[in-house]
Design a protein around this ligand. Structure first.
Ligand SMILES: [Zn+2]
Length: 310
């Protein structure tokens, strides 16, 4: 078994290994996550069937938690969620505190070791193999035995609200936690799910570079837009910017419209090919799954705004 320092080095090496792979690949299968080589041995960083994982060859302490992909509208098997402090929760396995996976989680908390959180975002096309978005480092910073769950921090700065502090202080901690969870969990999850549903391409131009893709909201977040895939579109940075600036609009029949004043402008090849030539075209890449296709009512609502802006 590794001591705390060795265990930390093992984990740092695993994070570095994933970070290098993320340069060329956005999401990972279980198979991908079982190829971590360290000290001449190949290690698996995710279980085949379980959500809680420890690398038993080197440690009795959990290194990864995972959350299975669930399509929009379906019910999750475990209701991992957020607590009143804005921090995320991760459910025990079952209800026995001494179950071995739960003990492995407790050790990670007690030893304050960083972990992976593997979040399912869809399937490898044409298969039933899940793809995971890999988050790290995350920490377990508390346990709520009555609720059978641990408290997860996505950054070391996230703290459980100190009891006995004035309400104003508690409110500040809570708001900080909510902001981190939004930026580090919900937004990346929305982006990953949407981009993957579009097979890692821009809906307008089919550009295939994940680094240049963003998940646009059809009804904006600030106006109560949901995080369902059908309220999103995978767009490259140019087309996302153009969509949000009402330079292009998308009607409910998935047709792209370019603002008249822009069509009348002449300014070189980027404007010509990336924007003007899209006028009247249909979206070139949309999700295969019906529930993930852009919602036509939401598009209509947004398209009305485009028409009144142009
Ligand atoms: Zn594009």
């Amino acid at each position: 078994m590794l001591n705390d320092q060795e265990e930390l080095a093992f984990r740092e090496a695993a994070f570095a290994w994933i970070r290098a792979q993320q340069l060329t690949k956005p999401f990972f299968t279980r198979e991908d996550l079982s190829q971590f080589s360290y000290g001449g041995t190949t290690h698996r960083l995710i279980g085949l069937f379980t959500g809680i994982w420890k690398v038993t060859a080197v440690s009795n302490t959990a290194i990864a938690i995972s959350t299975a992909y669930v399509p929009d509208g379906a019910k999750r098997p475990y209701e991992d969620g957020e607590g009143p402090d804005g921090l995320q929760r991760y459910k025990w396995r079952g209800t026995d505190p001494n179950q071995s996976d739960n003990r492995a989680l407790r050790r990670a908390m007690e030893r304050n070791l960083p972990m992976f959180w593997l979040v399912g975002i869809g399937f490898l096309p044409g298969t039933t193999q899940q793809l995971f978005d890999v988050r790290y480092p995350v920490y377990l910073i508390g346990e709520e035995p009555a609720e059978h769950q641990f408290v997860v921090a996505l950054e070391q700065d996230q703290k459980i609200i100190p009891s006995g502090e004035p309400v104003a202080v508690q409110e500040i901690v809570k708001r900080y936690n909510e902001r981190i969870v939004k930026a580090r969990y919900h937004q990346p999850l929305f982006r990953a799910r949407v981009i993957h549903a579009y097979e890692e391409r821009c809906a307008v131009c089919r550009l295939p570079f994940t680094e240049l893709l963003e998940a646009a909201h059809i009804r904006p977040d600030s106006q109560g837009g949901s995080t369902k895939i059908s309220n999103g579109m995978s767009l490259c940075k140019i087309h996302h910017g153009a969509y949000d600036a009402d330079i292009i609009g998308i009607s409910p029949d998935y047709t792209i419209h370019v603002r008249d004043s822009v069509l009348a402008t002449f300014d070189g090849p980027t404007l010509q090919h990336s924007i003007k030539e899209m006028n009247g075209e249909t979206l070139r890449q949309i999700p295969k799954e019906a529930a993930s296709k852009p919602d036509r009512e939401l598009l209509a609502e947004r398209y009305d705004k485009f028409l009144s802006a142009s």
